[in-house]
Write a protein that binds this ligand. Structure first.
Ligand SMILES: Cc1cc2nc3c(=O)[nH]c(=O)nc-3n(C[C@H](O)[C@H](O)[C@H](O)COP(=O)(O)O)c2cc1C
Length: 199
């Protein structure tokens, strides 16, 4: 049987801080005998902003040629997408948002050009985010509709959020309970049901 392809996107410009440690807590527990994990640090890639040129609404594809081609290829071939992005100004940070905006090509493919895109494939989307400020119930609410729209664009079922507050005071590295819970998600990645966790 083919191994499940898991794409992990790490959207923090800080390569080994809270977002990455949260993501790695999940990835380290994923069993390699039935899954293959590919991870990208967005800081290592060269991805331009969407210019709104409207090309993708007329012809399939994107006029910009940069490392987004790598990510497009991964989106086209992954079964599970785990997107980890820090909370900046109550939403996903701009490094991550640049990738999301470039997914306009999928939206256009479906709704302007009337083509199918993995429409019938069963795949999952998971969003991990960290916020430096202390917990408030609405802290991550700005990012949810963004990620919802993104996962719809790439035809993934948005099955879970894991949000961690107060990372400017208590790092994910020092938060053993959170890391244990994230490890659990990694261990059960193939069977996991909907989850909405905010710590
Ligand atoms: C430009 C900027 C904007 C931020 N805005 C928020 C915010 O709106 N809410 C919040 O809780 N934390 C905010 N933070 C704090 C980050 O979410 C926090 O430092 C987080 O740990 C960053 O992720 P990292 O540790 O993986 O880099 C902001 C940080 C920066 C640099």
């Amino acid at each position: 049987m083919d191994r499940t392809k898991i794409l992990a996107i790490m959207g923090s410009p800080r390569i080994n801080k809270n977002t990455n440690i949260a993501l790695e807590s999940i990835l380290n527990e994923i069993k390699e005998d039935n899954c293959v994990v590919t991870k990208y640090n967005l800081m290592d890639l060269n991805i331009s902003h969407c210019t709104g040129c409207e090309y993708c609404g007329i012809k399939e594809g994107c006029t910009q040629k940069d490392d987004m081609d790598i990510i497009y290829n991964e989106f086209d071939n992954s079964d599970i997408i785990i997107f980890a992005a820090p909370l900046y100004f109550n939403s996903v940070n701009s490094l991550s948002k640049a990738v999301i905006d470039r997914c306009q090509k999928y939206w256009s493919l479906k709704y302007s050009l009337g083509e199918d895109y993995k429409r019938y494939d069963d795949r999952k989307g998971i969003f991990i985010s960290v916020g430096g400020a202390p917990y408030t119930h609405d802290q991550f609410l700005g990012s949810i509709p963004v990620m919802d729209y993104f996962f719809r664009a790439v035809n993934a079922d948005y099955i879970g959020n894991y949000f961690i507050s107060n990372t400017d005071k208590v790092s994910v590295k020092d938060n053993k309970d959170v890391r244990e819970e994230l490890k659990d998600i990694g261990r059960n990645i193939l069977d996991i049901k909907e989850f909405h966790i905010h710590k």
